[in-house]
Design a protein around this ligand. Sequence first.
Ligand SMILES: N[C@@H](CCC[C@H](N)C(=O)O)C(=O)O
Length: 317
Amino acid sequence: MDGVSTAQPQRHPQQTGHRTAPVAFLKGHGTENDFVIVPDPDNDLDLSPRDVARLCDRRAGIGADGVLHVVRSAAHPEARRHADRAEWFMDYRNADGSVAEMCGNGVRVFARYLQHAGHTGPGELAVATRGGVKKVHIAKGTADDPDGGDITVHMGRALLPEKSVTVTVDGRSWPARNVDMGNPHAVAFVDDLDHAGQLYAAPAYAPAAVYPHGVNVEFVVDRGDRHVAMRVHERGSGETRSCGTGACAVAVAAARRDGADPSVTGLPVTYTVDLPGGRLVITERSDGEIEMTGPAVIVAEGHIGAALLVRSETTDG
Ligand SMILES: N[C@@H](CCC[C@H](N)C(=O)O)C(=O)O
């Protein structure tokens, strides 16, 4: 993580017990990686891991792969130091309530929310994340769909630690490439995406010490020249229909496998990555910077029912 403080916000007295004021939310997705968006500019809400898990529950809650808690950087202890460069902080949480360093699809949906709410327009903006400040470009939409332009995120550089890893599903194992996109990934090239099975449980990996905080696992097949397809099992969320950091990790792993390294050749390389929920285009530039482009959509807005955010001091963290 990029020098992030781990200080936690203090729980405000009126945030214990039953919340009285309705809390607004929106629902959005990027290539069907879906999020509950909770606007909270002044960081008044203290969303516990259990609150997040309840919101993301697809039967008893709103349902999502994660939560995008939208807070002004100046109001959040983990982002205050970025406030002069990025007005808004994406406080991203996985569906099980855990915190992650980065979410690539989440940043695009976060930017779309800021556009939807009138905080920004098409063009450039910066978003603070636990993985540092990310530059985002919102393309102009059409007359029919003004908020429909693709969104490009500058994801930073990938790190490829030379550690051999094996991932295993249903007794079948593959070597995997270890790729750090701010968050951890294990990329396995397979003959058939069905070989990853149902992915109800997290794939096993070894040695465990390579990923002390867990890992996102990608399974990849070739579809054509610089064109791949993937499935992903996400740490903290299970199998999802898309993962932006995962698609970037896959593109870099595929490029190295194919002998392409822009920092050596001086030539950018672009991969098309198909996911169950849509298509992302990933370019690794000659300076190592990775750009990810894809759609982001807001699909609903409303208020969170009080029962979802009721907390008990003895059971909620
Ligand atoms: N879906 C995200 C990644 C979210 C975080 C991940 N589950 C982790 O724990 O690292 C993306 O689009 O990048």
